[in-house]
Design a protein around this ligand. Structure first.
Ligand code: FES
Length: 128
């Protein structure tokens, strides 16, 4: 199986992704696609007093993309926007127990979706 090079944590998050779904009327949301493979991740944020109180995601993509988005949501839940922006794809990959080099770009999609969702919130709320 191709998943042989994935860590147990990646496989766990792929098989049991955390925080999947949508938040209706989210405070911030964004969809990011990877033009090379065609995979897509959407992130929805509920924000109160500058803090992420809820987050959901939907990923149509490979195991690494799903695991990365799942881990990203776990890492940002409850964090302030500033702290959430420090959750990089390197951190996500590390928390996942590493990703095969050829799959690192999959974790970038989750980071980009998170950043775009926070941008969307800032635009909607008029914050800078
Ligand atoms: Fe497309 Fe992983 S192969 S995100």
């Amino acid at each position: 199986m191709a998943q042989g090079s994935y860590s147990d944590i990646v496989i766990d998050h792929f098989e049991n992704p955390r925080n999947t779904g949508e938040i209706p009327a989210a405070d911030g949301e964004a969809e990011v696609g990877n033009p090379t493979c065609g995979d897509v991740t959407k992130i929805f944020l509920k924000i109160e007093d500058g803090r992420i109180v809820d987050v959901k995601f939907k990923t149509f993509g490979c195991a690494a993309a799903i695991a990365s988005a799942s881990m990203t949501t776990e890492l940002i839940k409850g964090k302030t926007l500033d702290d959430a922006l420090k959750v990089t794809n390197e951190l996500v990959a590390k928390e996942l127990g590493g990703l095969p080099a050829a799959k690192l770009h999959c974790s970038v999609m989750a980071e980009e979706a998170l950043q775009a969702a926070i941008e969307d919130y800032k635009k909607k709320s008029g914050a800078k």
